[in-house]
Design a protein around this ligand. Structure first.
Ligand code: ADP
Ligand code: MG
Length: 694
């Protein structure tokens, strides 16, 4: 379970994976401290961005380039155009609003005065003394002028195509620009991994030139060519790694399962619904895999609510009807218990014995379950990672299903696969654009449940400003009065699991005496004792609670079709994938469902946050949202990319670079075994020590 959450998308994640995936000479492995002006404080801030070596700095890809904005006077400001102002500070003041730090300065030039606003840059407060000269770049909004970038002091210039780097609040663009400037002379040391004969007929620059152009392009086109060259290297390394993995996997042997039998036939009869075409075609693909002696490694992708569980259970029953065992591993206890509730009922009707194994079992219970699993009395075992602990011996494990597999470390998944070499079905509801799936899961076969069960109505989603949140609760109460149920998702708070839990309890207490005073309100969070959480979930499922106030623990798997409305508080703080997962808790039955995203006013939240909320309102299609998420983030950290255990794609734009992906595949076939590339592949697969990492 994750301990902390932040502004997904706005800030760099706390720790990025090692940057360069290509071999690099010594000089690039020098610590950043060897660059001029980098003391311990800056070094720590750079480390937060994953920049530890000179090579890391050179591979830090600009998020965008600033194009020239028109210089205006305050009197000339109009509309929403970006403009640059040359102004002097009159006075400045800071305030806080929740987690948001807002700094405003009254600034003026010869033509007038305006209020300029900065968000989350508390370090700037002490610098905005009256009389300071500033060049600010930004847009007019209803409060004044929202600053996107700026320079302080006299020696200022806002260059065309100046790179804008992913950064943190306490690290100025200026610092990063100065740093890359200092590192660029060393770019010559970047090796050329592509032999001259395949250098693509001169259509792409040399790698070293590309690194220079990345940071100092003379035009947008030059920057784009540089990015594409680096993307090609990245994709090539990835393709080589995937080829190697495929070879390794194909060397493993599993027992083929016989054809589907009577048990899975009866399963179709006891299911309360008819499987959709999408589910049936996934099942057909799985059946084909299970009939082979190479272990299945299939990824089942389906948006939240698309009905993956029914496919998973089918797969598990295929093992049981062959006289063998199935295991389902879920990332959290809540989810494992939810699966147990769903699966146990059906299995009881089928006469299949199911056991739940979680870390909260008492020692004696656990021993009993272990024995049942080891003797083969249990046909299907469900659990969290406790399932793969060494002491769990299966009598004859044939099929493993890994739910929400991105939540597991690669090592955990590997442990499950290696110890027993069963057929493995990975499931994910984190929608990954197909291009990305093919790129990073090149070694997995992919099945997609593209359409949800037909009786679903798309969830109606609306953005509600904080001032009008009372109306959202009125609406929610209307649902409750009609016998429906609801979720209220608490604001994201930073801190330990305990802090988060307290905040959730406080919020539930507030609602019980406030907006939801006449209703039965439960609360779940990550700090509840297992029995209490189970009781709360069971009460909600049974309709004994009207509302569940929850943290993001309900993000995955919770399945209560009678819940038809969700309020997400402070929705602008959540990441897009997270919002989509949360929303997936409603709209699971035939009733029209609603998701109300409470957020601060448009002008008070960052641009990416506005874009995320707009995307949520615009579509319920998870794949579309995933693509939007990529666009909004625009850099690093692709959704799902890390799931593969491979490094992030830093330079690749999956949609724009399809041609490069094709080329990389061809090159990989041609260049397999080239020593310079082999070293890079080893690094990518974590086989070599990463230099410069702490
Ligand atoms: P997810 O893909 O998010 O794991 P679930 O497997 O939990 O989705 O299914 C979501 C809901 O849809 C469940 O309530 C399940 O019973 C229901 N469901 C699954 N398949 C069908 C179907 N073919 N027809 C109708 N309802 C279905
Ligand atoms: Mg599920």
């Amino acid at each position: 379970m994750r301990a902390t959450v932040g502004f997904a998308g706005d800030e760099a994640p706390a720790s990025w994976p090692a940057t360069s995936s290509l071999p690099r000479p010594e000089v690039l492995d020098r610590p950043v401290g060897t660059l001029p002006g980098v003391g311990p404080a800056i070094r720590r801030r750079l480390a937060k961005l994953g920049l530890r070596t000179v090579g890391d700095v050179l591979a830090h890809r600009p998020r965008r380039y600033e194009s020239a904005a028109e210089e205006r006077t305050i009197a000339e400001l109009f509309g929403e155009d970006e403009a640059v102002l040359d102004v002097v500070v009159r006075r400045a003041a800071a305030r806080r609003r929740g987690r948001l730090h807002i700094l405003t300065a009254h600034v003026r030039d010869a033509t007038g005065e305006i209020r300029a606003t900065w968000f989350n840059q508390p370090w700037l407060e002490s610098k905005l003394v009256p009389g300071t000269r500033l060049r600010v770049r930004g847009k007019r909004n209803r409060f004044g002028f929202q600053v996107s970038s700026f320079d302080i002091g006299d020696a200022i210039e806002t260059a065309d195509f100046a790179p804008v780097y992913p950064s943190t609040a306490d690290l100025a663009q200026k610092t990063l620009r100065a740093l890359t400037e200092a590192a660029l002379p060393l770019a010559r040391a970047v090796g050329e991994p592509l032999p001259a004969r395949v250098r693509l007929g001169g259509t792409l620059p040399l790698r070293a030139d590309a690194v220079v152009s990345l940071h100092r392009p003379r035009s947008e086109e030059e920057a784009e060519d540089a990015r594409r060259r680096l993307a090609l290297d990245e994709l090539l390394t990835l393709q080589l790694a995937l080829r190697r993995r495929t070879v390794e996997r194909e060397a493993l042997v599993a027992e083929a399962l016989p054809q589907p039998g009577a048990l899975t036939g009866r399963y179709r009869d006891v299911l309360p619904f008819v499987l959709t075409d999408a589910q049936e075609s996934a099942i057909a693909e799985i059946d084909a895999d299970l009939g082979r002696t190479t272990p299945m490694q299939r990824l089942l992708q389906g948006d939240v609510g698309s009905g993956k569980t029914a496919v998973a259970l089918y797969t598990l029953l295929r093992a049981v009807e062959a006289g063998r065992q199935g295991a389902l591993m879920a990332p959290t206890e809540t989810l494992a218990e939810q699966h147990f509730l769903t699966i146990e009922g059906l299995c009881a009707e089928l006469g299949v014995r199911v056991a739940l194994l979680t870390s909260s079992l008492r020692a004696r219970e656990r021993r009993t379950v272990h024995q049942l699993v080891a003797s083969g009395d249990v046909g299907i075992a469900l659990g969290t990672h406790a399932l793969i602990q060494r002491e769990v011996e299966f009598a004859d494990l044939a099929v493993a299903v890994v739910d929400e597999q991105h939540r597991f470390g690669v090592e955990q998944r590997a442990a499950l696969a290696e110890a027993r070499s069963p057929h493995v079905l990975h499931m994910t509801a984190t929608p990954i654009p197909r291009t990305l799936a093919l790129t990073v899961y090149g070694d997995l076969a992919v099945s997609e449940i593209a359409a949800p069960p037909a009786d679903r109505k798309p969830i109606v989603t609306a953005r509600v400003t904080e001032e009008r949140s009372a109306e959202a609760y009125t609406r929610l109460r209307r649902h409750l009065d009609e016998g429906r149920q609801a979720y209220v998702v608490c604001p994201l708070v930073e801190g330990s699991e305990t802090t988060i839990a307290h905040a959730a309890e406080d919020e539930a207490a507030r609602l019980r005496t406030g907006e939801l005073r006449d209703y039965r309100v439960g609360c779940v969070h990550g700090r509840l004792k297992t029995a209490d959480r189970r009781a709360a979930m069971a009460a909600f499922t049974a309709g004994e609670l009207d509302v569940l106030v929850a943290t993001t623990v309900i993000e995955v798997g919770v399945d209560v079709p009678n819940a038809t409305i969700m309020i997400v508080q402070e929705a602008d703080r959540f990441g897009l994938a997270q919002l989509h997962q949360l929303r997936g808790r409603v709209g699971r039955g035939a009733e029209q469902s609603y998701c109300l995203l409470i957020s601060r006013h448009r002008d008070e939240v960052s641009e990416p946050a506005n874009e995320r909320l707009e995307a949520m309102v615009a579509t319920t299609d998870g794949f579309e949202l995933a693509e939007r998420d990529l666009e909004i983030r625009g850099e690093g950290q692709l959704v799902g990319a890390r799931q593969s255990g491979l490094t992030d794609l830093r330079f690749t734009r999956l949609r724009a670079d399809r041609d490069l992906l094709e080329r990389a595949k061809e090159l990989a076939a041609e260049l397999e075994g080239e020593p310079i590339l082999e070293a890079a592949v080893a690094r990518l697969l974590g086989e070599a020590e990463h230099v410069g990492e702490s």
